[in-house]
Write a protein that binds this ligand. Structure first.
Ligand SMILES: O=C(O)CCC(=O)C(=O)O
Ligand SMILES: [Fe+2]
Length: 288
């Protein structure tokens, strides 16, 4: 069933870009029928998207939102100017929906606006007695990130993060170890279990991100990303006739050669744009 849904999503993908002027009324909502929603949160439906040979458990879905759906979400988010709260120490703005997360559980519970109800129907949870009832929207200007942190025990330990408008490198860290994921616009990143409880996650405060590549005979043999084979980036490289030429022609990319390194031949610098993320989780109503 999931494959059929993804096919429908892709068919509806358009070539428009977020920067292009759009007649907003033409942008379709994330309709229930469009996604044939409720995935019913069956583990077999998200398990194929698990990042293999990595920590337990991270999932990456590229292109879960079409360009039009991302534009629709941006319009809804920026139509709520009073919702923005500045976080001066982090240089980020956030919008919070669903209620206040407290030790005793979720209080001041509020209904989601329509766009978040629609989006939460695309989310997964590992327990079908729970629901998505809390959303946090983060806005990152280029150069802004989020310090490594744990989401902590007040949330149910299963996180859904949708990304809009810009790529970034998302890092999981534990002591000296660091895992790099390439997160793309329109994607959904999920993490749970040890990735939630034992590994910090964060995004560097950088204007651009660097990916290390080993390119040989027009093939990318190896990168320093744990989700490389699951990305749209990989899919586009597969289609490119000449990988070096393709990478040199991308407007936000800068490809550099690396000397004297056995593991990697090139570094790819990717410029960040403004990124908006929507983090959807479950918070227990009452922790008694
Ligand atoms: O923006 C993101 O991708 C991460 C957000 C996050 O980790 C959080 O809000 O706790
Ligand atoms: Fe977080």
């Amino acid at each position: 069933m999931f494959k059929t849904i993804m096919k429908t999503v892709k068919q509806e993908k358009t070539k428009s870009s977020l920067s292009e002027q759009q007649d907003i009324t033409q942008i379709p909502k994330i309709e229930e029928k469009q996604f044939n929603i409720n995935f019913n949160r069956q583990i077999f439906e998200y398990l194929p998207y698990q990042i293999p040979n990595s920590i337990d458990a991270i999932f990456y879905f590229k292109e879960i939102l079409t360009q039009q759906q991302q534009e629709y979400l941006m319009k809804e988010i920026y139509n709520q100017p009073k919702r923005w709260v500045d976080l001066p120490h982090s240089n980020r703005r956030v919008q919070k929906y669903g209620g206040d997360v407290k030790e005793e559980g979720l209080i001041n519970v509020e209904k989601f606006p329509e766009f978040l109800t629609q989006l939460s129907n695309l989310c997964f949870l590992d327990d079908n007695t729970l629901n998505i009832n809390h959303a946090l929207i983060n806005e990152y200007a280029p150069g802004i990130g989020i310090h490594p942190h744990f989401d902590g025990p007040l949330y149910h330990n299963f996180v859904n993060i949708f990304s809009i408008n810009s790529t970034c490198i998302f890092k999981f860290k534990k002591q000296d170890e660091s895992l790099k994921l390439f997160v793309e616009p329109g994607s959904l990143l999920i993490f749970t279990k040890q990735a939630y409880t034992e590994w910090l996650h964060g995004i560097d405060y950088h204007h651009d991100d660097t990916i290390l590549l080993n390119i040989k005979e027009n093939q990318v043999c190896h990168t320093d990303l744990i989700n490389f084979h699951q990305t749209l980036f990989y899919q586009n490289l597969q289609k490119a006739e000449n990988i070096i030429e393709y990478l040199n022609n991308q407007p936000n990319y800068e490809l550099c050669q690396i000397q004297n390194n056995n593991q990697y031949t090139h570094s790819l610098i990717i410029r960040r744009l403004l990124r908006v993320s929507i983090t959807l989780r479950h918070v227990p109503y009452n922790r008694k």
